[in-house]
Design a protein around this ligand. Sequence first.
Ligand SMILES: NC(=O)c1ccc[n+]([C@@H]2O[C@H](COP(=O)([O-])OP(=O)(O)OC[C@H]3O[C@@H](n4cnc5c(N)ncnc54)[C@H](O)[C@@H]3O)[C@@H](O)[C@H]2O)c1
Ligand SMILES: O=c1ccn([C@@H]2O[C@H](COP(=O)(O)OP(=O)(O)O[C@H]3O[C@H](CO)[C@@H](O)[C@H](O)[C@H]3O)[C@@H](O)[C@H]2O)c(=O)[nH]1
Length: 466
Amino acid sequence: MRRGATSAPRPAVATGYSRPVALRISVVGTGYLGAVHAACMADLGHTVVAIDVDPAKVEALAAGRAPIFEPGLDELLERALATGRLTFTSDYAAAAGADVHFICVGTPQRRGENAADTSYVFAAAESLAPHLGASTLVVGKSTVPVGTAARVLERLRRGAPAGDGVRLAWNPEFLREGFAIEDTVAPDRFVYGVDGDTADADVALLDQVYAAPLATGTPRLVTDFATAELVKVSANAFLATKISFINAMAEVCEAAGADVVALAEAIGHDDRIGHKFLGAGLGFGGGCLPKDIRAFMARAGELGADQALTFLREVDAINLRRRSRMVDLARAECGGTLIGKKVAVLGAAFKPNSDDIRDSPALDVARAAHLAGATVTVHDPKALPVARRVHPDMSYADTIEAACEGADVVLHLTEWKDYRDIDPAALKAVVSSPHIIDGRNALDPARWRGAGWTYRALGRPHPVVA
Ligand SMILES: NC(=O)c1ccc[n+]([C@@H]2O[C@H](COP(=O)([O-])OP(=O)(O)OC[C@H]3O[C@@H](n4cnc5c(N)ncnc54)[C@H](O)[C@@H]3O)[C@@H](O)[C@H]2O)c1
Ligand SMILES: O=c1ccn([C@@H]2O[C@H](COP(=O)(O)OP(=O)(O)O[C@H]3O[C@H](CO)[C@@H](O)[C@H](O)[C@H]3O)[C@@H](O)[C@H]2O)c(=O)[nH]1
């Protein structure tokens, strides 16, 4: 049973989450989360102003060009902009008059520390506060250390003319890059962390924001601030743990001559375990799982509960060991040294269907091989522009063939479909030695070996028996 709304925040806004009501919404921060959230909210029928401090991002989005690659986002932007319900600006004053303000700014890892940098969230709250009217609802979506929401509410009330009339809810986001649009409009669940005093009104308003997905039966859970903040980081900690669990099994498989792919398939048939997130390979990267488990450990330490999360240190360590194992395998395939060897790296993004290179395992391996003396050339179907900009010291190629030209070893590090579609026989003609290492266990060993390649993979016997 869903908890029903009992009181409306103001008469202009109707109650009842199944009745679509068009609201005025502001979205602060237009990165991987905010740009998608803003466009989806406009597509649901709301009028949305999206605000970012980065003028280049604002200009691109206003012109209908997504500054990131996310499947379907360009089309969604075009559609939403054409309705006139979606605008982008750098001017916080444009947020005035909105019914709901979403905070979607970044919370990256602090340089040299495990903790999250929440300064962008507080800066956004401070910039928003002067424009908040009486009884306005601000909704935090960024992933934050537990205890942040209460501090954000204090900050908002201190800076807003309406003072204590300002309300806050924490509504963490669970979208996956590559599936961001469907995860926004049809998530597995909504979580609303609300404040005791205004809880019913806040739940009612959020129900109006999400009326369409709620009408399809999406579960909605109402909690306090702290629980909502913890739901988000514990979900990511669980996912990271599942991946590191199977990668720990991969280490044992390598030592025992067993096959982690067959092992994952077999244990996943147990419904209590399931097959999802048992993909052994190079491990997790991106702008979320790595920094979120570290920030979670740091926050637990501040709260005196550090012992509870010491296992996450091992989750992180197992994950990082996969990257060095990949470099070791590459070295072994090149006859014991990478000095003077040519290494082709297939993949720069941290996962397929995204151009996000934040904490990308693929680029980490590429850089390590480069530092070990190899000439490394990286290919990626979508992430090359950002990779070239952020890591100009590396070499890149626009085609798979050009990246593999004269290679002593090919490393498959991000499982794009383009790489599964490679004709191994054709590629063999361009490399120097036909050696491939599959860092994602996503290629068909029989196809590659059948075309005369030496195929190796993380966590699998060599040669693969399957
Ligand atoms: N990327 C994801 O898949 C995802 C999914 C769920 C949750 N999250 C969380 O959402 C938050 C945002 O992540 P992201 O990946 O979109 O980050 P991002 O770096 O892509 O985007 C953050 C945006 O905020 C803008 N910004 C920073 N300070 C600002 C300010 N004071 N006012 C206005 N704009 C400001 C930046 O210019 C940038 O465009 C993080 O807390 C992240 O952990 C991300
Ligand atoms: O079986 C698997 C599954 C994933 N990965 C890797 O794990 C990382 C994360 O993948 P995924 O979770 O699909 O991507 P994200 O877009 O980072 O999404 C995660 O992080 C988001 C930000 O917090 C959350 O909202 C999502 O729910 C959560 O899945 C990537 O490097 C994947 O290659 C594996 O190695 N093996």
